[in-house]
Design a protein around this ligand. Structure first.
Ligand SMILES: NC(=O)C1=CN([C@@H]2O[C@H](COP(=O)(O)OP(=O)(O)OC[C@H]3O[C@@H](n4cnc5c(N)ncnc54)[C@H](OP(=O)(O)O)[C@@H]3O)[C@@H](O)[C@H]2O)C=CC1
Ligand SMILES: CC(=O)C(=O)O
Ligand SMILES: [Mg+2]
Length: 671
């Protein structure tokens, strides 16, 4: 009787085993190198066929072959080569361990890949392979045409690749040429995601080396469109989906993720994706994008990053009626049902990954975001990027801008359009910084900051109806409905857009800012580009080239009266990768506001005279890894100073240490 070789898994320390689910049944076959171990497996398998066949119905069999790898994927990968060798001969005699005849009455299986009948249940055994065909399909290890001749021999790749051997640099050049040929940004996004799924090292090499060019592809603005069309462009599942269906078994779901050493989780529930509203389960593009920046910009290894989307339904009618929608087709769970799912999730995260895993909340709607942050910041290492990361990046820009504007932070008056997560988060950190620098009470510092929401200026008379996060900003003033009137009344030196609604900084508004200030500082932070409160061109033209301008999504430089004006990108992407790296390096167990202030100062310090000369208040992204290392070092130093570090002793040179921790996308040589 022929027997199906199933679900092989690797064991370690160069030992080959035939094993069963119960470890007591594991049978060592041979020790030593991988090849001999593989062959041993083959022999062992052959000899034990009858025995195994007899137990087939009762026991789940596995073959383990060792090679010292630690994680499941690698283990599975190496092991797969064994199966492949057995299946394909692999230099040894071929043994057909899968009966081509199948289990009787099955559909004809000309390739011998699937012997099951259509109606017969089978176990979906996987044989991930670290050599041969499957190696080419493992994004962690695949190098495509860059596999050397030696590697092609050693890993059974002969014939599976065309003869040319390319360097990683040449592959990069070719891919950049290909990408530049796509005229539609979404096509570039899809090509990049395909590359990430195919060859992770090359994906990150491209992203790191061409960061200014590719950031708008994998991140805002294109990621916004990708999320809107996620159902249609969906190819490979990325990240982990936890829906209401998984209630009661979230810990098990976390265990399904192949990597064990997770250090950063970015999680969304998809309710406020950029300024595009509720995109439900399709919000997954955001955690995936943010985490690719954690790796490319902050050097956190991809295997330590876990994107998660919590699907509690969506209130987006268009998605609910979309046949391609990939999420739960029901309206959003709220109240206790929502809170219980999140509680189970947060508990499971800590249980599975420990105290030091960083959970970054991303693009939750504000009615949940503030509460989740406040609740879990006491028990977990959590960080809300929209509230805290955005605050830190804007504060950095403001500190840097003082070189151009003059005065201290406390000398300025700030007006926000939008009083949600980003708006009130930034406002609070500015007030904290002013208070720390001047010694003034926080309440006093807040008086320099004004916010406008969809109902107008936030003033005392509205106190009774304001959400809790707006209340500290209700100052004494008569009500004002229109932004332009608020600008005239408050006379801000700095105008910040965090409304999520495009085109709100009208000509009137911007011209009024220009009439009040020699150098009006205008930040149109809303994403993606379509939601920006104004464009760079509008800001420069309406202020006659005098504005200092930054935006959440990138704008091209603008030529105004023969002068090239370069807008900065005020986006939390400057902060969270380095901030997260700093927390991880120090083994932080809680986030503290002082760490955000430290990150702001570190970023502001990276703006050089050369940048100021161009009117920039942020350094360009080209140097982002160096910037992130500096941010990480300052954040880690603060973690140690506050006694919240668990990685002891403290490294002496934290910048060097940060750099040494960073992931490199360079191909490794394989034995
Ligand atoms: N550049 C960056 O790094 C970041 C940018 N953002 C962007 O900021 C935007 C807002 O995000 P977030 O703060 O989380 O969103 P929220 O929903 O929490 O807040 C939006 C705020 O804007 C107000 N608003 C909406 N429409 C108008 C309007 N027409 N006039 C005046 N106010 C209005 C809302 O008023 P009301 O309360 O009355 O409803 C609310 O106060 C998004 O586009 C997001 O992409 C966010 C984080 C980082
Ligand atoms: C940048 C970002 O986090 C946002 O727009 O939500
Ligand atoms: Mg966000």
């Amino acid at each position: 009787m022929q027997h199906t070789l199933v679900d092989p898994v690797l064991l370690f320390d160069n030992e080959a085993y035939l094993i069963f689910k119960n470890p007591l049944f594991w049978v060592p076959v041979l020790q030593n190198t991988r090849k001999s171990a593989s062959f041993a497996c083959f022999l062992g398998c052959f000899c034990f066929l009858g025995f195994i066949g007899g137990l087939h119905c009762f026991l789940q069999r596995r073959i383990l072959v060792g090679s010292g790898f630690r994680d499941r994927k690698k283990v599975g990968a190496l092991m797969g080569s064994v199966v492949e060798e057995i299946r394909n001969g692999g230099g040894h005699s071929v043994v057909d361990v899968e009966s081509k005849a199948g289990f009787g009455g099955g559909i004809e299986d000309v390739y011998g890949e699937d012997c099951a009948t259509e109606d017969q249940v089978l176990t979906p055994w996987t044989a991930s392979v670290a050599s041969g065909y499957t190696l080419l399909r493992d994004p962690h290890y695949n190098k495509g045409l860059a596999f050397t001749e030696k590697e092609r021999d050693a890993h059974y790749l002969r014939g599976l690749l065309p003869p040319a051997v390319l360097t990683q640099e040449l592959q990069e050049k070719k891919l950049m040429q290909n990408l530049r040929q796509y005229e539609v940004p979404l096509h570039r996004y899809i090509a990049m995601m395909d590359l990430q799924e195919r060859n992770e090292g090359l994906f990150y090499k491209l992203l790191i080396d061409n960061v200014e060019e590719l950031l708008p592809v994998v991140y805002t603005p294109t990621v916004g469109e990708a999320c809107q069309k996620y159902g249609s462009i969906f190819r490979h599942p990325q990240g982990l989906y936890i829906s209401l269906k998984e209630k009661g078994k979230i810990l098990e779901v976390l265990k399904n993720w192949p990597e064990r050493g997770i250090q950063v989780i970015v999680v969304t529930d998809g309710e406020r994706i950029l300024g595009l509203g509720d995109l439900g389960c399709q919000g997954m593009g955001i955690p995936v994008g943010k985490l690719s920046l954690y790796t490319a910009l902050g050097g956190v290894p991809p295997s330590a990053c876990l994107p998660i989307t919590i699907d509690v339904g969506t209130n987006n009618e268009k998605l609910l009626n979309d046949e391609f929608y990939i999420g739960l087709k029901q309206r959003r769970a709220t109240g206790q049902e929502y809170a219980e799912l999140l509680e189970e999730f947060m508990t499971a995260v800590k249980q599975n990954y420990g105290e030091k895993v960083l959970v970054q909340f991303e693009d939750f709607a504000n009615h949940n975001a503030f509460e989740l942050l406040s609740k879990y910041s006491k028990t977990h290492l959590v960080f809300n990027d929209d509230i805290q990361g955005t605050a830190s990046v804007v504060l950095a820009g403001l500190i840097a801008s003082l070189k151009l504007l003059g005065g201290t932070l406390g000398d300025h008056t700030f007006l926000f359009l939008g009083a949600g997560e980003a708006g009130t988060g930034i406002a609070e950190l500015i007030a904290l910084e002013i208070s720390k620098k001047t010694g003034a009470p926080l309440e006093e510092a807040r008086k320099k900051i004004w916010l406008v929401d969809s109902k107008g200026l936030i003033v005392k008379s509205r106190l009774g109806s304001l959400q809790h996060f707006k209340q500290p900003w209700a100052h004494d003033h008569e009500p004002i409905k229109q932004l332009v009137d608020a600008v005239k009344a408050i006379k801000p030196t700095v105008l910040i857009g965090t409304s999520g609604v495009g085109k709100q900084f009208t000509k009137d508004v911007v011209e009024t800012m220009a009439s009040l200030n020699e150098k009006p500082l205008i930040l149109a932070l809303s994403n993606p580009t379509s939601q920006a409160e104004c464009t760079a061109e509008e800001a420069y033209t309406w202020t006659k080239g005098r504005a200092i301008f930054g935006s959440g999504s990138p704008f091209d430089p603008v030529e105004y009266e023969n002068k090239l004006l370069v807008p900065g990108q005020a986006n939390n992407a400057y902060i969270f990768p380095g901030f997260g790296l700093g927390l991880i390096m120090a083994g932080a167990i809680r986030v503290h506001d002082d760490m955000l202030l430290a990150a702001s100062e570190a970023l502001a310090m990276q703006v050089s005279e050369e940048h100021y000369a161009k009117g920039l208040i942020y350094p360009p992204f080209t140097n982002i890894r160096k910037i992130s290392a500096n941010i990480a070092a300052k954040v880690a130093a603060k973690v140690y100073e506050l006694g919240l570090a668990s990685n002891l002793p403290r490294p002496k040179d934290l910048v060097k240490y940060a750099e040494s921790c960073m992931y490199s996308p360079r191909y490794r040589s394989y034995r």
